[in-house]
Design a protein around this ligand. Structure first.
Ligand SMILES: CC(C)(COP(=O)(O)OP(=O)(O)OC[C@H]1O[C@@H](n2cnc3c(N)ncnc32)[C@H](O)[C@@H]1OP(=O)(O)O)[C@@H](O)C(=O)NCCC(=O)NCCS
Length: 153
């Protein structure tokens, strides 16, 4: 089975990739973004977003999206998702490990993220990759869930 890891910089996401991103994100229930938010990102000027993808047999299986502001040094992980049928096979760990290496190369040695306090799968993933918990933000999300703020290294 051919697995491929790739990096994409905004706003040059090819049309085919945009469709695949939207389809994968729609699997995320209450974590998914509106089409309008994605369209804004796809058409944003400047290279402020970096997307890392894992494809299997040319199908998008897992992705990690970062806000990467030049000269900032800290990349903000906005979203990571693995297709529901492909979860539990190490794909998120693979794509995030790849992203961390690439980000270091692009001079982003640090990573910041917020994650739902009830999202034990994601928190466990980040802990395995040595993210540290900084603090907890009460009722951070619109549905009332707290956020855990994590940082690497
Ligand atoms: C979180 C998510 C990205 C993990 O994707 P995945 O490809 O299944 O994860 P991996 O197989 O690479 O697992 C890596 C680690 O994550 C943790 N993990 C993954 N799924 C888990 C689960 N269901 N329960 C507990 N821990 C889990 C484990 O620590 C795992 O390491 P292990 O295999 O050594 O036990 C996936 O569950 C997902 O897409 N969730 C919905 C989107 C989301 O919540 N994203 C995070 C906020 S944006």
């Amino acid at each position: 089975m051919e697995i491929s890891l790739n990096t994409h910089h905004s706003p040059a996401f090819p049309c085919e990739l945009q469709q695949a991103i939207l389809a994968l994100d729609q699997e995320m229930d209450h974590y998914c973004w509106s089409i309008k938010s994605w369209q804004t990102l796809f058409h944003e000027q400047g290279e402020n977003y970096t997307l890392f993808t894992l494809t299997k047999e040319h199908t998008l299986v897992s992705m990690a999206l970062f806000f990467t502001l030049a000269n900032d040094k800290v990349a903000h992980l906005l979203k990571i998702v693995t297709s529901s049928k492909q979860q539990g096979q190490g794909h998120a760990k693979r794509v995030l490990t790849f992203a961390m290496k690439q980000l270091l190369y692009y001079d982003f040695p640090q990573i910041y993220l917020e994650v739902g306090a009830n999202n034990s799968a994601a928190i466990s993933l980040y802990q395995k990759l040595h993210f540290r918990t900084l603090h907890r933000k009460k009722s951070f999300y619109s549905h009332g869930e707290d956020a855990v703020i994590m940082f690497y290294p």
